[in-house]
Design a protein around this ligand. Structure first.
Ligand SMILES: Nc1ncnc2c1ncn2[C@@H]1O[C@H](COP(=O)(O)OP(=O)(O)OP(=O)(O)O)[C@@H](O)[C@H]1O
Length: 381
């Protein structure tokens, strides 16, 4: 059984003018859990974070922290700290003064502030930089100062609004791991807004995918990656190849066909309530296997299509082939380069072929866990 969520977003809506940005959204976050809010631009991620922080007011619903209703509480009474994308450091204040800023507002003594600032500088590897101004720091160091300022006040919940997006790609990779390790070490509850799928995957215990102000799906990184609940989530999680199949459902099994398929593909319907008709088949470039003429395909259950290579590129590691299958074009990765014009077969193993009725393909809201999305943090029952 799961315990009650530490942070509970209960049926929260936020509207700007006549536009509803968040739509009766339910979300539970366990103490010590790291949740990533993932979604495309404009889906409401920042609005949700700002509402949790107290900078936007819900038009309906409630927010609770540890059972306490904070829906109308001002931001500084919520036990939360927010790290902004822009860092928002005071340019005229030193690193030490920036880190100690929240403590000064809380009227802590000079000695207490100096001790805490030292602790935070140690924790974040900022020793020796205390007297510098933010302009004399690298992007990664500035980002750490912003994080230090947030952590200095010992918040119950750390809110991160795309804090890595201003860093260059290489630094971003290492700071990701630093933040995650720190969050684990401190056992702090964290909510991280990002539109970067890989960042969400490597940092979070749970990923919450938002679409137009609602939760499209949530679950562990493995769940949302391997069991997308809708065509939208599948595409968002990288299964961008799309083929349209004809599905004939009979009892508990369904047979799928395509004009370029070598043979019909059958699958158990499982818990799905499918009807015969058009289906969207989605798969990732790296999940499909490219076979040259005469080459045996993997000895596994899956669906095979005839196609032709139309172009090849090398993004690194694998060769990326654009392959036409009937009237569609898909991308397939392979460890070797097959030439343009080559007739090929594309094999997609069952576990990597995500099927959704076309009628649901553009809507499909679903969740892999409880309706309020709450699941215990690692180590909790
Ligand atoms: N103060 C505001 N007044 C009116 N509309 C707003 C306001 N703030 C945000 N919006 C709108 O609300 C929607 C959601 O914005 P939000 O910033 O939450 O999206 P997001 O998912 O964080 O996007 P991004 O990844 O681009 O930052 C957008 O359409 C945006 O234009």
């Amino acid at each position: 059984m799961t315990s009650a969520p530490f942070l509970h977003v209960d049926g929260v809506s936020v509207t700007y003018g006549k536009t509803r940005i968040l739509d009766r959204l339910d979300l539970g976050v366990a103490k010590g859990e790291f949740v990533a809010l993932l979604g495309s631009s404009g889906c409401g991620k920042t609005t949700l974070l700002r509402t949790i922080a107290g900078f936007s007011t819900p038009t309906e619903g409630a927010l609770r922290v540890d059972g306490r209703d904070v829906t109308r509480a001002p931001p500084d009474r919520r036990g939360m700290a927010l790290v902004f994308q822009s860092y928002a450091l005071w340019p005229h204040m030193t690193v030490a003064a920036n880190i100690g800023y929240g403590l000064k507002l809380k009227r802590q003594s000079r000695t207490e502030i100096a001790t805490r600032v030292d602790e935070i500088q140690n924790l974040l590897g900022l020793n020796g930089l205390g007297e510098r101004l933010p302009t004399a720091l690298s992007g990664g160091q500035r980002q750490r100062v912003a994080l230090g300022r947030a952590l200095a006040v010992n918040p119950d919940i750390l809110l991160l609004d795309e804090p890595l997006s201003n860093l260059d790609a290489r630094i971003r990779l290492s700071v990701r791991h630093e933040i995650r390790a720190l969050q684990r070490r401190l056992g702090i509850t964290a909510i991280h807004v990002t539109h970067d799928r890989e960042e969400a995957m490597v940092m979070a215990d749970r990923i919450v995918i938002l679409d137009a102000g609602r939760i499209a799906q949530q679950g562990t990184p493995e769940e949302v990656y391997n069991q997308p609940a809708s065509a939208f989530v599948a595409a968002f999680m990288g299964a961008e190849n799309l083929l349209q199949l004809d599905g004939q459902v009979s009892g508990s099994s369904a047979a799928f066909s395509h004009p370029a398929a070598a043979s019909a593909f059958t699958r158990q319907t499982g818990e799905e309530t499918w009807r015969s008709g058009a289906f969207a088949a989605r798969f990732r470039a790296e999940a499909a296997v490219l076979c040259a003429a005469g080459e045996a395909r993997p000895d596994a259950h899956g669906m095979e299509f005839q196609g032709k290579v139309t172009s090849v590129s090398y993004p690194g590691g694998l060769w990326r082939h654009a392959v036409t299958i009937g009237n569609d074009s898909v991308l397939v990765d392979a460890p070797r380069c097959l030439p343009e014009g080559e007739a090929v077969r594309v094999f997609i193993p069952t576990a990597s072929l995500f099927l959704f009725p076309m009628s649901e393909a553009s809507s499909g809201m679903a969740s892999t866990s409880r309706s309020d999305g709450f699941s215990a943090a690692p180590g909790q029952d």
